[in-house]
Design a protein around this ligand. Structure first.
Ligand code: 3NM
Length: 217
């Protein structure tokens, strides 16, 4: 498989849904089906933090959600866990600053896979790109309830700074984003937005996805 070109990836990043069972008060499979029907463009399995499944239950849920993504034509990304990504032959992996560098991951994961890296500053973004990241996740833009160890809120300043310094890489904003506050993130230069709670905790994930898609289109 050839390396995914940036333009294709930019389109995939428009409405990027991230979720694990601990983010849902309903079966995650139902939430994901609704989100796909509402127009999400990419999905990340992030089974992590208090109340997360472990062992076989975690792998089984990942497989179930991957199959739903495959039927819905939405690429399936695994958070952090390269072994799980390899086992499932996932479409990509997203890693943080404390995880293995993109360079090392690429060697084991193949050239056609998507590698995303969280970046909180210009220096981290430059390093991630030099290491071979395909896209950057930049945040937290707004206060978030979904990540215990989130860094200080940056607003859209870091996104603006990266673009002002000529970083043209595909990029999503993350952290506390909803349909009501998503537009400034796009205006700042992001190709899309990534959300957990705005969709996972919504009574109607389909409507939530649709509203977010309207902002990023
Ligand atoms: N990463 P919500 S913020 C997973 O700043 C994650 O890198 C962040 O969840 C970062 O949409 C975050 O519910 C949580 O705020 C995003």
């Amino acid at each position: 498989m050839t390396r995914m070109i940036s333009e294709e990836l930019r389109a995939l990043l428009k409405v990027y849904f991230i979720m694990g069972s601990m983010n849902c008060s309903r079966p995650p499979s139902a939430v994901l089906r609704e989100a796909i029907a509402g127009g999400i463009t990419l999905f990340q399995f992030r089974e992590k933090g208090p109340g997360a499944l472990t062992g076989t239950a975690r792998v089984e849920l990942a497989r179930e959600l991957q199959q739903i993504c495959q039927r819905g034509g939405v690429p399936f990304i695994v958070n952090d866990d390269l072994e799980l990504a390899l086992t499932l032959d996932a479409d990509g992996i997203h890693v943080g600053q404390d995880d293995a560098p993109a360079l090392e991951i690429r060697q084991r994961f193949g050239s056609g896979k998507i590698i995303g890296v969280s970046a909180h500053s210009l220096a981290e973004a430059r390093r991630a790109i030099a290491d071979g990241a395909d896209y950057l996740g930049v945040g937290p833009v707004y206060p978030t309830i979904s990540k215990d160890d989130a860094q200080a809120v940056r607003g859209t300043a870091v996104i603006e700074e990266l673009r002002a310094h000529g970083i043209a890489h595909p990029l999503v904003g993350i952290g506390g984003i909803t349909a009501a506050n998503a537009f400034p993130v796009i205006q700042a230069g992001a190709d899309g937005i990534s959300v957990i709670s705005a969709m996972a905790a919504a009574a109607d994930a389909r409507a939530a996805a649709r509203e977010l898609a309207q902002v990023t289109d």
